[in-house]
Design a protein around this ligand. Structure first.
Ligand code: SF4
Length: 365
């Protein structure tokens, strides 16, 4: 049977219209339906016990709730408790992955941090960054609004905890899917839906200039991270083809105007790749960009991806690069990605799964 439309993509007006179409006259039903889905997080219409059985049946015959199902999960053994899960999209059986970074328990036993979910925005990615597993398989399609939100619900079922921090840094370029991302952000931030504040949501872009303008004018005060990974057009274009379309001469003014309108500090993500972007001269050029944008920098030593030639620099070289930025007055952190042992770099788990199905296909033939 074809997948029925998921109500996770419906706002208040759309839910009201769906109920009206089913002949439901009572205005308060929409609030009841909304509360079952968004506050109580039920996954079937049968559980909505204050709705008449006939209405539950009608809803179930026309709509679904979860647009995806869990296929596998991997928990990091490294002490970070990071959990990566692979989901199957019910619409067409495509696979996506998401990563949960649980609340950290401090040495004093204090739960000091939030539960963070790294959300995928597309199946695969068209942007083809040379160091990235997601880009290797190309773009299959963008996720629907319901599929973006479904990852949050799935993470909560998996962990038995509410997610309260979101980073759109998984597979895909979120701003290339602005048509579905912006409605999802409205539902995620709305008090009667998920009610997660904009300051707990980070959108990460590889430098999609038109998408930045759309995000800036949508009125949702999210945070912005930019995957820069190179401080000159030469280096950037070598590892990020997006730079040929929107070079630094277009990207930096767009970021300048984002900073002025949002008043938020931009984070520049910079994956350190040995012999590509880790030279002292690049640290100087990166400092100039960060100074211009009043941005802070996250340095991330490269996570090796099977089948790709890039290497992580020595730890001493990463520390030297970081020291040079700090010496130049740039706020900078050097962080080794959590979940290295579970293929947590974006696209790796899906790629492993696809590769192993391909191998077993070959064996069985
Ligand atoms: S790094 Fe991001 S934008 Fe680049 S190919 Fe990977 S998923 Fe796409």
């Amino acid at each position: 049977m074809a997948q029925l439309p998921s109500l996770l993509g419906f706002d208040h007006e759309q839910l009201a219209a769906a109920l009206t179409e089913l002949g439901e006259q009572k205005g308060y039903r929409v609030t009841q339906l909304q509360e079952w889905i968004w506050k109580k997080r039920v996954t079937s219409f049968e559980q909505m016990t204050n709705l008449p059985p006939s209405l539950r049946e009608q809803l179930a015959s026309r709509y679904s709730i979860m647009p995806l199902e869990l296929v596998e999960q991997h928990r990091s053994q490294s002490g970070s408790a990071t959990c990566k899960f692979l989901s199957r999209l019910l619409l067409d059986d495509e696979l996506i992955e998401s990563v949960i970074i649980p609340a950290a328990v401090g040495e004093d036993g204090d739960h000091s941090k939030r539960v963070t979910l790294c959300v995928s925005s597309q199946v695969g990615c068209a942007f083809g960054c040379r160091f990235c597993a997601s880009g290797l398989l190309g773009l299959r399609r963008s996720l629907t609004t319901a599929e973006l939100i479904g990852q949050i619900f799935a993470a909560e079922y998996l962990m038995g905890q509410r997610v309260d921090n979101l980073v759109f840094m998984g597979m895909g370029e979120p701003l290339a899917n602005a048509d579905n991302l912006l409605p999802a952000l409205r539902l995620i931030t709305a008090p009667s839906f998920l009610s997660i504040g904009g300051r707990h949501i980070t959108i990460s872009t590889s430098g999609h200039v038109p998408g930045l303008a759309r995000l800036a004018t949508c009125g949702i005060p999210v945070r912005l991270a930019v995957s820069l990974h190179g401080a000159t057009d030469d280096v950037r274009s070598r590892i990020m083809p997006v730079n040929r379309k929107w070079p630094l001469s277009e990207l930096l003014p767009a970021l300048d105007s984002w900073r002025r309108s949002s008043k938020h500090i931009i984070t520049l993500e910079y994956i350190l790749i040995s012999g590509v972007n880790d030279a002292p001269q690049q640290a100087e050029q990166l400092s100039d960009i960060a100074r211009r944008l009043h941005a802070k920098i996250n340095l991330i030593p490269y996570n090796t991806v099977e089948g790709l030639p890039w290497k992580r620099p020595e730890e001493a070289d990463c520390r030297r690069f970081c020291r040079e930025l700090i010496h130049n007055g740039i706020p900078c952190t050097l962080r080794y990605e959590k979940g290295h042992d579970i293929n947590a770099a974006c696209g790796q788990l899906r790629r492993h799964r696809i590769n192993s199905s391909a191998k077993s296909d070959k064996i069985s033939r």
